[in-house]
Ligand binder design. Structure first.
Ligand SMILES: Cc1ncc(COP(=O)(O)O)c(C=O)c1O
Length: 387
C-alpha cells in the first residue's frame, strides 16, 4: 500500500481508519507452515477477530483457538469446522461450553480442576482435553504477557497437571498437554525448558498424543530456532504438534491511520491525534511502542521537525500512541501507526463514547471496506428504555 492509496482511503472512509493486509497474513501463514511443516495451527482469535481474516484461516486449513463465546461464534461463522476448534482460557463458562458442544469442538484446554468438573458435568460430548501446564518461569517478556510465570493465573503446576490428567485419562478423553509461556517471545530458549517439563508427562500418559505449545512468537522472531527446538521432540515421540500463533501472522499486516488535530508547542511537543487508547490500547496497556510516521503529501512542504509525544484525544495521560518521537507533523497531517494487526481492533473500546473506526482489508492488492465505522446511533443500540 503506497502513500497515495493511504491518503485516498483516509479521505474516502475518514480517520481513524484500520487497514488490514490479507495478502501479508496469507504469506505469514505460509512462512509458519514452512517453518513447522508438522504443525497444526489453531490461530488465536484474540489477536484479531476480523471476519475476512478468519475466512482466510478457514480456507487455509488452519483452525482457531477461542476463549469466549463470541470468538467461537466468529470462528464457526467463518467456516472453521469443529475438528479444528480449540477452546482455551481460564474461564470457559456454560455458554462457551454449550456453543463448543454444538460446534463439535475437538479440543479444550483445561486450566483448572474446576473447569474439568464443569465440562464433565455437561455430560459426554465429542470434545477431548489438553491439560494446560504452568511452566513456572517468566519467559522474560512484559509482566502482563508472562502467562507462564509461577504466580500467573494460567495452567497448573506439573504435579497437579499430572493428577488432573489421570482423572481425564480415566474418562478416556485425555488428548495431551498445553503450555503457552507468554507473548512477544523472541528467544527460543524457552521451548527446550518447556519440553523438559512436559517430557515426564508424556512418558507417563500413553494416551497423550498432542503437544500444544501455544503461540507467543514476537512479530520479528526468527522461527527457525523455535522449530529446531520443538520438531525433534515431536517427531521422536510421534506426537501431534499444535501451535496457536496470534501475533506473528497478523501484527505487521495492520496499520492505523490517524490525523493530527493539534500540535501543542512547549518543552515537549504534543501531537493530539484523532486516535488513541480507544482504537489502540497497547501503548496504554503495555507501554508498547509502535512505528509512527507522517504519510507525506507530494508537493506539500513538511511541518517543522520536532520531538514529542503522539497523543490521543481523550482525557487520560495514558491515552497516547507513541512516546518521544521525532516527527515533521503538523495539523491535518496523516500519521501511519504500524504493527497494529495484532491486539489492535481486538482491544478497541467505546471508552468516552469513542466510535470504532472503519476497517479496510487489502486483498490481491485491492482495498475492500470490511467494516463500516460506528455512528453515534450504535452507542445506544442496546439501551433499554428510558420509557
Ligand atoms: C493460550 C494462548 N494461546 C495463544 C495466544 C496467542 O499469543 P500470541 O498472539 O502472542 O501469538 C495467547 C495469547 O494471550 C494465549 O493466551
Amino acid at each position: 500500500m503506497n502513500d497515495a492509496q493511504m491518503h485516498a482511503l483516509a479521505e474516502r472512509h475518514g480517520t481513524p481508519l484500520h487497514l488490514l493486509d490479507l495478502d501479508r497474513i496469507r504469506a505469514r501463514f505460509g512462512a509458519l507452515r514452512a517453518a513447522f511443516p508438522d504443525a497444526e495451527f489453531r490461530y488465536a482469535v484474540k489477536a484479531n477477530p476480523s471476519t475476512a481474516l478468519l475466512a482466510l484461516v478457514a480456507a487455509s486449513g488452519a483452525g482457531a483457538e477461542t476463549i469466549t463465546e463470541g470468538e467461537l461464534a466468529r470462528a464457526v461463522r467463518a467456516g472453521i469446522p469443529g475438528e479444528r476448534l480449540l477452546i482455551g482460557g481460564p474461564g470457559q463458562g456454560p455458554e462457551l461450553r454449550r456453543r463448543a458442544r454444538d460446534a463439535g469442538a475437538a479440543l479444550a484446554s483445561l486450566d483448572s480442576e474446576d473447569q474439568w468438573r464443569a465440562w464433565r458435568g455437561d455430560g459426554p460430548g465429542r470434545t477431548r482435553f489438553l491439560i494446560r501446564v504452568n511452566p513456572g518461569f517468566d519467559p522474560g517478556t512484559h509482566p502482563h504477557l508472562a502467562t507462564g510465570a509461577a504466580d500467573s493465573k494460567f495452567g497448573l503446576p506439573p504435579g497437579r497437571a499430572a493428577a488432573l490428567a489421570a482423572e481425564v485419562a480415566a474418562d478416556g478423553v485425555l488428548d495431551g498437554f498445553h503450555v503457552h509461556a507468554g507473548s512477544m517471545l523472541a528467544d527460543a530458549s524457552t521451548h527446550p525448558r518447556i519440553l523438559d517439563l512436559l517430557a515426564p508427562l508424556f512418558d507417563r500418559f500413553d494416551g497423550a498424543r498432542t503437544v500444544d505449545l501455544g503461540g507467543g512468537f514476537a512479530p520479528d522472531a526468527d522461527l527457525a530456532p523455535f522449530a529446531a527446538a520443538v520438531l525433534p521432540f515431536v517427531r521422536s515421540r510421534g506426537l501431534r504438534l499444535i501451535l496457536e500463533p496470534g501475533r506473528w501472522p497478523t501484527a505487521d499486516a495492520g496499520r492505523l491511520l490517524t490525523r493530527v488535530l493539534a500540535r501543542k508547542e512547549g518543552a515537549t511537543v504534543h501531537w493530539i491525534c484523532d486516535a488513541g487508547m480507544a482504537q489502540l490500547a497497547r501503548p496504554a496497556l503495555y507501554g508498547a511502542e509502535h512505528p509512527i510516521r507522517v504519510v507525506p503529501v507530494p508537493g506539500r512542504p513538511p511541518a517543522p521537525v520536532a520531538r514529542g509525544e503522539v497523543q490521543g484525544p481523550l482525557c487520560e495521560n495514558a491515552d497516547r500512541l507513541g512516546r518521544d518521537r521525532t516527527l515533521a507533523a503538523g495539523v491535518g497531517d496523516l500519521l501511519e501507526v504500524g504493527q497494529v494487526g495484532a491486539y489492535g481492533t481486538s482491544m478497541e473500546s467505546n471508552y468516552a463514547s469513542s466510535l470504532r473506526p472503519a476497517e479496510v482489508t487489502i486483498e490481491h492488492g485491492a482495498p475492500h471496506l470490511a467494516r463500516r465505522a460506528e455512528t453515534v446511533d450504535d452507542l445506544w443500540r442496546h439501551d433499554v428504555g428510558p420509557d
